[in-house]
Design a protein around this ligand. Structure first.
Ligand code: GLC
Length: 415
């Protein structure tokens, strides 16, 4: 009884009446990962917390947030937002600035110091903190260790090696369901990374040091010729234009892919899901390159943000601190292979026992490259992913695809 009273007073103090509920907006995959943390929080504090499910992809959820936040609705209190969004969401007033929730600037700095500096920087805009990192993310090349060993291959370091290995394994296995190389070609956010990684590893970039857009270039042509070849050579399925992140994960998990590009979450699913046929046979390596270019991968990840129209902001702030705590991130890394946003976890025994890649690829993770950082990211994302999707579907050729992206980006950045 006494405990109940204390909890209730604490809740009233935090600004949540007993009848109120904190609502978190997340995808189903995110909900699966955070549900236990949320249940523990409810049990420990008595606070009511619900998770409202949004679409499976980043851009679908941004669409929903746009509707809710443009209407200035407080129906959700907390949301997970993608690393591509801070500039845009801060500029549109969709994120509660968090500095005033800390006692002082020194307290804020102290709170942030255990996080990876690059991830903190993404959330700090002109000194204002808009989100607390939930986890970071990186794309890797996943491969089947059993198949590579069977054919005497080391993990490929170049795209050309990947091609040769995929062809040899496909020929040797003679299994029509076995895809050589699976990646994302649907009109989704991840397809922007499909494009950028091939461009970067061809030695190019989307913009040069003077700010000129450099997408209609030899390096980008090489990237698209490579993808065209994955289809022509048959190492990739003809339906790649429909391939989303989780469909890739499912294809690999059911044993139907030799190589696959994907984010960190896929690892835990391969090891833990009951229907996984690849448990113990999965390897991870860096994104391959053309010739001897430098490997490059996209940075990803999600942040906890507070809806500025929430009526429970103080309580929401308490909850996101708990969700971003070292214990919570340890759980998310060890059980769900979400890449920690806190430095200490890269040396944590529980985390490394479950996901040794966080130690092996620490430098790859902290040096992962951002997608274009701009307030107009929705436009950039729409342009690249829809152009690439038309290319994968075969409705646009290489020249037209590159011209469309070049001119589109020039228009967006002329603003
Ligand atoms: C992952 C990444 C995120 C990215 C998304 C694209 O969830 O963490 O940053 O935008 O995939 O599909």
């Amino acid at each position: 009884m006494v405990i109940r009273y204390v909890v209730l007073s604490a809740l009233l103090f935090l600004g949540v009446s007993s009848a109120q509920t904190l609502r978190i907006f997340a995808s189903e995959t995110q909900q699966q990962a955070i549900q236990k943390l949320v249940d523990d929080y409810i049990a420990e504090t008595g606070t009511q917390v619900e998770i409202e499910l949004g679409g499976a992809t980043t851009e679908q959820r941004t669409q929903y947030l746009s509707t809710v936040l443009t209407a200035q609705s407080g129906e959700i209190d907390i949301y997970l937002f993608d690393v591509v969004n801070p500039l845009q969401f801060a500029a549109t007033g969709w994120l509660e600035p968090l500095n005033s929730y800390f006692e002082s600037e020194a307290a804020l700095q102290e709170y942030l110091s255990p996080f990876l500096p690059s991830v903190v920087q993404t959330n700090l805009i002109d000194g204002t903190l808009y989100g607390i990192p939930a986890w970071t993310d990186t794309r890797f090349l996943y491969y089947r260790t059993d198949l590579l060993e069977k054919y005497g291959f080391e993990p490929p370091t170049t795209w050309e090696e990947l091609r040769e290995q995929a062809l040899a394994i496909a020929e040797g296995e003679g299994n029509p369901d076995l895809q050589g190389f699976n990646y994302q070609g649907a009109a989704i956010e991840g397809t922007n990374c499909t494009f950028l990684e091939a461009l970067w590893t061809a030695g190019g970039d989307w913009r040069d040091a003077d700010g000129n857009i450099t997408v209609d270039t030899d390096q980008a042509r090489r990237a698209l010729e490579w993808y065209r070849d994955t289809l022509d050579s048959g190492i990739t399925v003809p339906t790649i234009a429909e391939m989303t992140t989780d469909l890739s994960r499912q294809a690999f998990q059911s044993g139907n892919a030799v190589f696959m590009m994907n984010w960190s979450y896929a690892w835990a699913r391969f090891q833990n899901d009951e229907d996984s046929t690849v448990k113990g046979n999965v390897g991870i390596t860096s994104v391959p390159v053309f010739d001897d270019n430098t490997p490059a991968t996209c940075v990803g990840g999600f942040q906890w943000g507070i809806n500025p129209y929430s009526e429970n902001k103080e309580a929401a702030f308490e909850l996101i601190q708990y969700l971003a705590s070292e214990d919570s991130q340890r759980y998310l890394a060890a059980e769900w292979s979400q890449t920690p946003a806190r430095t200490s976890l890269y040396e944590d025994a529980d985390v490394l026992a479950a996901a040794p890649q966080f130690q092996d690829f620490y430098y790859v993770i902290i040096n992962a490259r951002p997608r274009p950082q701009t307030e107009f990211y929705t436009d950039v994302s729409d342009l690249i992913r829809s152009s690439m999707n038309a290319f994968f579907a075969g409705s646009e050729d290489i020249d037209t695809t590159l011209q469309t992206m070049q001119e589109g980006l020039e228009d967006i950045f002329a603003n």
